[in-house]
Design a binder for this molecule. Structure first.
Ligand code: AP5
Ligand code: ZN
Length: 216
Protein backbone atom coordinates (compact mmCIF):
# COMPACT_ATOMS: atom_id res chain seq x y z
CA UNK A 1 0.00 0.00 0.00
CA UNK A 2 1.37 3.39 -1.04
CA UNK A 3 -0.83 6.11 0.37
CA UNK A 4 -0.82 9.86 1.01
CA UNK A 5 -2.72 11.83 3.66
CA UNK A 6 -3.73 15.38 2.69
CA UNK A 7 -5.50 17.91 4.88
CA UNK A 8 -5.07 21.25 6.62
CA UNK A 9 -2.83 21.64 9.67
CA UNK A 10 -4.60 20.05 12.62
CA UNK A 11 -6.85 17.81 10.52
CA UNK A 12 -5.40 14.82 12.38
CA UNK A 13 -3.00 13.56 9.69
CA UNK A 14 -0.27 12.67 12.19
CA UNK A 15 -2.74 11.06 14.61
CA UNK A 16 -4.32 8.92 11.89
CA UNK A 17 -1.01 8.17 10.15
CA UNK A 18 0.38 6.64 13.33
CA UNK A 19 -2.66 4.35 13.76
CA UNK A 20 -3.14 3.44 10.09
CA UNK A 21 0.55 2.76 9.40
CA UNK A 22 0.72 0.39 12.33
CA UNK A 23 -2.48 -1.42 11.29
CA UNK A 24 -1.34 -1.67 7.66
CA UNK A 25 2.22 -2.68 8.70
CA UNK A 26 3.83 0.03 6.60
CA UNK A 27 6.13 2.87 7.71
CA UNK A 28 4.68 6.31 8.34
CA UNK A 29 6.74 8.95 6.59
CA UNK A 30 5.98 12.37 8.07
CA UNK A 31 8.00 15.21 6.56
CA UNK A 32 7.08 17.48 9.49
CA UNK A 33 8.42 14.91 11.99
CA UNK A 34 11.63 14.41 9.99
CA UNK A 35 12.18 18.18 9.81
CA UNK A 36 11.49 18.62 13.55
CA UNK A 37 13.93 15.80 14.43
CA UNK A 38 16.57 17.57 12.31
CA UNK A 39 15.85 20.93 13.92
CA UNK A 40 16.21 19.52 17.44
CA UNK A 41 19.31 17.56 16.40
CA UNK A 42 20.88 20.74 14.99
CA UNK A 43 21.71 19.12 11.60
CA UNK A 44 22.41 21.06 8.37
CA UNK A 45 18.96 20.06 7.11
CA UNK A 46 17.42 21.32 10.35
CA UNK A 47 19.23 24.66 9.99
CA UNK A 48 17.86 25.05 6.45
CA UNK A 49 14.30 24.16 7.48
CA UNK A 50 13.91 25.98 10.78
CA UNK A 51 13.15 29.55 9.71
CA UNK A 52 10.47 28.40 7.26
CA UNK A 53 8.83 26.12 9.82
CA UNK A 54 8.77 28.75 12.57
CA UNK A 55 7.00 31.16 10.19
CA UNK A 56 4.58 28.47 9.00
CA UNK A 57 5.87 28.60 5.42
CA UNK A 58 6.79 25.61 3.28
CA UNK A 59 10.42 24.55 3.26
CA UNK A 60 11.77 24.94 -0.33
CA UNK A 61 10.87 22.06 -2.64
CA UNK A 62 14.45 21.08 -3.52
CA UNK A 63 15.25 20.51 0.17
CA UNK A 64 12.02 18.62 0.87
CA UNK A 65 12.07 16.50 -2.30
CA UNK A 66 15.66 15.34 -1.72
CA UNK A 67 14.81 14.37 1.86
CA UNK A 68 11.75 12.34 0.77
CA UNK A 69 13.70 10.65 -2.01
CA UNK A 70 16.29 9.42 0.52
CA UNK A 71 13.60 8.25 2.91
CA UNK A 72 11.64 6.30 0.29
CA UNK A 73 14.85 4.60 -0.87
CA UNK A 74 15.29 2.98 2.56
CA UNK A 75 14.56 -0.75 2.77
CA UNK A 76 11.50 -0.53 4.99
CA UNK A 77 9.66 1.60 2.40
CA UNK A 78 9.95 -1.12 -0.26
CA UNK A 79 6.77 -2.79 1.10
CA UNK A 80 4.82 0.48 0.96
CA UNK A 81 4.41 3.65 3.00
CA UNK A 82 1.98 6.19 4.35
CA UNK A 83 3.06 9.76 3.57
CA UNK A 84 1.93 12.42 6.05
CA UNK A 85 2.58 16.04 5.02
CA UNK A 86 4.05 15.32 1.60
CA UNK A 87 3.32 16.27 -1.13
CA UNK A 88 2.19 19.75 -0.18
CA UNK A 89 1.98 21.48 -3.56
CA UNK A 90 1.52 20.39 -7.16
CA UNK A 91 5.26 20.49 -8.05
CA UNK A 92 5.99 18.12 -5.12
CA UNK A 93 3.20 15.82 -6.34
CA UNK A 94 4.74 15.75 -9.84
CA UNK A 95 8.14 14.98 -8.30
CA UNK A 96 6.68 12.14 -6.22
CA UNK A 97 5.05 10.66 -9.29
CA UNK A 98 8.41 10.69 -11.07
CA UNK A 99 10.22 9.17 -8.06
CA UNK A 100 7.73 6.32 -7.87
CA UNK A 101 7.85 5.75 -11.64
CA UNK A 102 11.64 5.38 -11.34
CA UNK A 103 11.00 2.72 -8.68
CA UNK A 104 8.49 1.09 -11.11
CA UNK A 105 5.56 1.75 -8.81
CA UNK A 106 2.77 4.27 -8.15
CA UNK A 107 0.40 5.57 -5.47
CA UNK A 108 -2.68 3.52 -4.56
CA UNK A 109 -4.74 6.16 -2.76
CA UNK A 110 -4.74 9.77 -1.54
CA UNK A 111 -6.92 10.30 1.52
CA UNK A 112 -8.17 13.83 2.12
CA UNK A 113 -9.13 14.70 5.72
CA UNK A 114 -11.68 17.50 5.76
CA UNK A 115 -12.32 19.73 8.77
CA UNK A 116 -13.26 23.41 9.19
CA UNK A 117 -10.82 26.12 10.25
CA UNK A 118 -12.36 26.91 13.65
CA UNK A 119 -11.99 23.28 14.69
CA UNK A 120 -8.37 23.29 13.46
CA UNK A 121 -7.50 26.28 15.65
CA UNK A 122 -9.02 24.54 18.71
CA UNK A 123 -7.13 21.35 17.98
CA UNK A 124 -3.76 22.97 17.40
CA UNK A 125 -3.86 25.32 20.35
CA UNK A 126 -4.42 22.31 22.68
CA UNK A 127 -1.92 19.99 21.01
CA UNK A 128 0.98 18.53 23.01
CA UNK A 129 3.64 16.26 21.47
CA UNK A 130 6.08 13.69 22.81
CA UNK A 131 9.72 14.44 21.94
CA UNK A 132 10.65 10.75 22.34
CA UNK A 133 8.08 8.74 20.38
CA UNK A 134 6.25 11.46 18.42
CA UNK A 135 2.84 10.57 19.88
CA UNK A 136 0.48 13.55 19.70
CA UNK A 137 -2.06 14.40 22.40
CA UNK A 138 -4.68 17.09 23.01
CA UNK A 139 -5.18 18.63 26.46
CA UNK A 140 -8.93 18.17 26.18
CA UNK A 141 -9.79 15.72 23.34
CA UNK A 142 -7.01 13.16 23.78
CA UNK A 143 -5.29 13.78 27.10
CA UNK A 144 -2.40 11.65 28.37
CA UNK A 145 -3.03 9.50 31.46
CA UNK A 146 -0.80 11.76 33.52
CA UNK A 147 -0.87 15.52 32.79
CA UNK A 148 2.07 16.73 30.68
CA UNK A 149 3.73 13.29 30.34
CA UNK A 150 3.71 10.71 27.53
CA UNK A 151 1.87 7.42 28.24
CA UNK A 152 4.74 5.37 26.82
CA UNK A 153 7.89 6.54 28.56
CA UNK A 154 6.69 9.42 30.70
CA UNK A 155 8.69 11.96 28.63
CA UNK A 156 7.64 15.59 29.21
CA UNK A 157 5.30 16.74 26.45
CA UNK A 158 5.99 19.99 24.57
CA UNK A 159 4.02 22.53 22.55
CA UNK A 160 5.17 23.10 18.97
CA UNK A 161 6.73 26.47 18.03
CA UNK A 162 4.32 26.83 15.09
CA UNK A 163 1.18 26.24 17.20
CA UNK A 164 0.72 29.91 18.13
CA UNK A 165 -2.58 31.34 16.91
CA UNK A 166 -0.94 33.81 14.49
CA UNK A 167 1.25 31.12 12.94
CA UNK A 168 -1.68 28.71 12.78
CA UNK A 169 -3.64 31.32 10.73
CA UNK A 170 -0.67 31.70 8.38
CA UNK A 171 -0.31 27.91 7.96
CA UNK A 172 -4.01 27.74 7.06
CA UNK A 173 -3.48 30.41 4.38
CA UNK A 174 -0.51 28.47 3.00
CA UNK A 175 -2.72 25.36 2.94
CA UNK A 176 -5.51 27.12 1.05
CA UNK A 177 -3.17 28.69 -1.50
CA UNK A 178 -0.56 26.00 -2.08
CA UNK A 179 -1.80 22.63 -0.82
CA UNK A 180 -5.56 22.65 -1.52
CA UNK A 181 -4.95 22.51 -5.33
CA UNK A 182 -3.59 18.99 -4.76
CA UNK A 183 -7.12 17.78 -4.09
CA UNK A 184 -8.13 18.51 -7.69
CA UNK A 185 -4.82 17.18 -8.98
CA UNK A 186 -5.39 13.80 -7.32
CA UNK A 187 -9.06 13.76 -8.26
CA UNK A 188 -8.00 13.99 -11.92
CA UNK A 189 -5.54 11.15 -11.29
CA UNK A 190 -8.42 9.02 -9.98
CA UNK A 191 -6.72 8.53 -6.61
CA UNK A 192 -8.72 10.77 -4.28
CA UNK A 193 -10.87 9.60 -1.35
CA UNK A 194 -12.32 12.31 0.92
CA UNK A 195 -13.62 11.79 4.46
CA UNK A 196 -14.89 14.05 7.24
CA UNK A 197 -12.16 14.30 9.90
CA UNK A 198 -14.61 15.31 12.66
CA UNK A 199 -15.88 13.19 15.53
CA UNK A 200 -13.70 10.94 17.66
CA UNK A 201 -10.24 9.72 16.60
CA UNK A 202 -11.67 6.17 16.37
CA UNK A 203 -14.56 7.31 14.19
CA UNK A 204 -12.14 9.03 11.79
CA UNK A 205 -9.92 5.91 11.69
CA UNK A 206 -12.93 3.74 10.81
CA UNK A 207 -13.90 6.12 7.97
CA UNK A 208 -10.30 6.25 6.76
CA UNK A 209 -9.99 2.46 6.64
CA UNK A 210 -13.24 2.09 4.73
CA UNK A 211 -12.24 4.80 2.22
CA UNK A 212 -8.76 3.31 1.68
CA UNK A 213 -10.19 -0.17 1.08
CA UNK A 214 -12.73 1.16 -1.39
CA UNK A 215 -10.23 3.26 -3.36
CA UNK A 216 -7.13 1.05 -3.32
P1 AP5 B 1 3.57 19.27 9.63
O1 AP5 B 1 4.18 18.72 10.82
O2 AP5 B 1 3.20 18.39 8.50
O3 AP5 B 1 2.32 20.16 10.10
P2 AP5 B 1 0.86 20.38 9.51
O4 AP5 B 1 0.54 19.89 8.14
O5 AP5 B 1 0.62 21.80 9.74
O6 AP5 B 1 0.02 19.38 10.28
P3 AP5 B 1 -0.01 19.23 11.78
O7 AP5 B 1 1.08 18.31 12.24
O8 AP5 B 1 -0.09 20.58 12.45
O9 AP5 B 1 -1.43 18.58 12.01
P4 AP5 B 1 -1.98 17.12 11.78
O10 AP5 B 1 -2.94 17.14 10.66
O11 AP5 B 1 -0.87 16.11 11.72
O12 AP5 B 1 -2.80 16.95 13.11
P5 AP5 B 1 -2.50 16.10 14.44
O13 AP5 B 1 -2.73 14.66 14.18
O14 AP5 B 1 -1.23 16.50 15.07
O15 AP5 B 1 4.51 20.44 9.01
C1 AP5 B 1 5.11 21.42 9.83
C2 AP5 B 1 5.99 22.32 8.98
O16 AP5 B 1 7.06 21.54 8.36
C3 AP5 B 1 5.31 23.01 7.79
O17 AP5 B 1 4.67 24.22 8.20
C4 AP5 B 1 6.49 23.26 6.86
O18 AP5 B 1 7.27 24.37 7.27
C5 AP5 B 1 7.33 22.00 7.04
N1 AP5 B 1 6.95 20.95 6.07
C6 AP5 B 1 6.43 19.72 6.35
N2 AP5 B 1 6.20 19.03 5.21
C7 AP5 B 1 6.58 19.83 4.19
C8 AP5 B 1 6.55 19.70 2.77
N3 AP5 B 1 6.08 18.58 2.17
N4 AP5 B 1 7.02 20.73 2.02
C9 AP5 B 1 7.50 21.86 2.60
N5 AP5 B 1 7.53 22.07 3.93
C10 AP5 B 1 7.07 21.07 4.72
O19 AP5 B 1 -3.73 16.61 15.34
C11 AP5 B 1 -3.79 17.95 15.79
C12 AP5 B 1 -4.40 17.99 17.21
O20 AP5 B 1 -5.76 17.57 17.16
C13 AP5 B 1 -3.72 17.05 18.22
O21 AP5 B 1 -3.67 17.66 19.46
C14 AP5 B 1 -4.63 15.80 18.24
O22 AP5 B 1 -4.57 15.15 19.49
C15 AP5 B 1 -5.99 16.43 17.99
N6 AP5 B 1 -6.90 15.54 17.25
C16 AP5 B 1 -6.60 14.69 16.22
N7 AP5 B 1 -7.71 14.06 15.77
C17 AP5 B 1 -8.74 14.55 16.52
C18 AP5 B 1 -10.15 14.29 16.55
N8 AP5 B 1 -10.72 13.41 15.70
N9 AP5 B 1 -10.90 14.99 17.43
C19 AP5 B 1 -10.33 15.88 18.29
N10 AP5 B 1 -9.01 16.15 18.33
C20 AP5 B 1 -8.23 15.50 17.45
ZN1 ZN C 1 6.34 9.20 23.93
Amino acid sequence: MRAVLVGPPGAGKGTQAQILASELSIPKVSTGDIFRANVSGGTELGKKAREYMDRGDLVPDEVTNAMVKDRLAQDDAAVGFLLDGFPRNVPQAETLKGMLADLKTHLDVVLELRVDEDEVVKRLSGRRSCPECGRVYHVEYDAPKSEGACDHEGAALYQREDDREETIRHRLKVYREQTAPLVEFYEREGLLATIAATGSVDAVTARAKAAIEEQA
